[in-house]
Write a protein that binds this ligand. Structure first.
Ligand code: HEC
Length: 102
């Protein structure tokens, strides 16, 4: 009996710690860093989708022009993305669609 009591006290006192832990985990997941894909989805699909990066006569033909285009389009979005976010987007577009040498 005494042992059972001890165990429940132990469990009870652990509970807030466990609860807190899972709360932090959820918070971290929510506030997790946006990825290049999610940033593109969120900010770059108002005027065009991915088909823009796959069209036959696409204009971007080098990593340099991809950077210029992404920055130019970023200005048009009014999203005022941070440099590192634009870099993530560029990375995403290059990995998925353009495949330029880095
Ligand atoms: C205000 C509308 C608008 C938004 C928002 C926009 N774009 Fe664009 N984007 C365009 C237009 C229009 C073109 C085509 C230009 C042309 O054909 O001359 C284009 C073309 C591009 C191209 C060139 C495709 C190719 O190879 O021919 C890239 C890359 C691009 N956009 C990236 C982005 C990224 C990244 C974002 C988000 C940061 C974004 N765009 C948001 C209007 C937009």
């Amino acid at each position: 009996m005494y042992k059972l009591l001890l165990t429940s006290i132990l469990l009870l006192s652990l509970q807030p710690i466990l609860a807190k832990e899972s709360a932090t985990t959820t918070a971290t997941a929510d506030a997790s860093e946006p990825t290049g894909a999610s940033l593109t989805q969120q900010h770059c699909t108002r005027c065009h989708g991915d088909e823009m990066y796959m069209r036959d006569d696409r204009q971007v033909k080098s990593l340099e022009s991809l950077k210029q285009r992404a920055h130019g389009c970023n200005t048009m979005t009014d999203a005022n993305l941070f440099e590192e976010d634009v870099a993530k987007i560029i990375d995403h577009l290059n990995t998925e669609f353009y495949h330029f040498e880095r």
